[in-house]
Design a protein around this ligand. Sequence first.
Ligand code: ADP
Length: 183
Amino acid sequence: MADEKGFTLWFTGLSGAGKTTISKLVGEELRTRGSKLEILDGDVIRENLSKGLGFSKEDRDTNIRRIAFVADLLSRNGVPVITAAISPYREIRDESRELMGERFIEVFVKASVEACAERDVKGLYKKAFAGEIKEFTGVSDPYEEPLNAEITLDTENESPEESAGKLIALLEERQLISAAQPA
Ligand code: ADP
């Protein structure tokens, strides 16, 4: 679509908060509406673009700057993007916001450490609490909550479908995607 508007839904939240799950649901919905979408998932990026980087503040910042760089390239060319990485530091998220300006939409995927540990999707919290993983966000490494996110998804109190629906509604409201065709 020639007039497609690029944007970046910048997800931030703890491991297990729901970033990957929600990004996939939004992706499916956009595809059924004929829109493009590229998902830059933190775990996937760390296996290729950021392979070899660790979890020190410096490496985390490098990882996030790379993700922001790619998100900017895509979104400025009209490709909608979701970044789904923890992105724990406010300063680097704000840097990404500055880079992309109005195309940047910060999405706080919110769930407490306790809730994420209870889910323990990847079994990482158990290891982190046992001291087997150093620098684990929310347990032994900082997570700085957003102060001015455009939207907060409370994944402890809403279903993945509800969270994805809220994002779709926001995109419609901002006229970044077209409304669904009536069935
Ligand atoms: P992340 O990508 O943030 O590490 P995941 O998407 O891999 O998190 O895992 C989130 C887990 O939480 C999944 O098991 C998912 O089913 C569950 N969950 C419960 N409620 C929600 C919600 N509203 N949004 C997203 N995930 C949810």
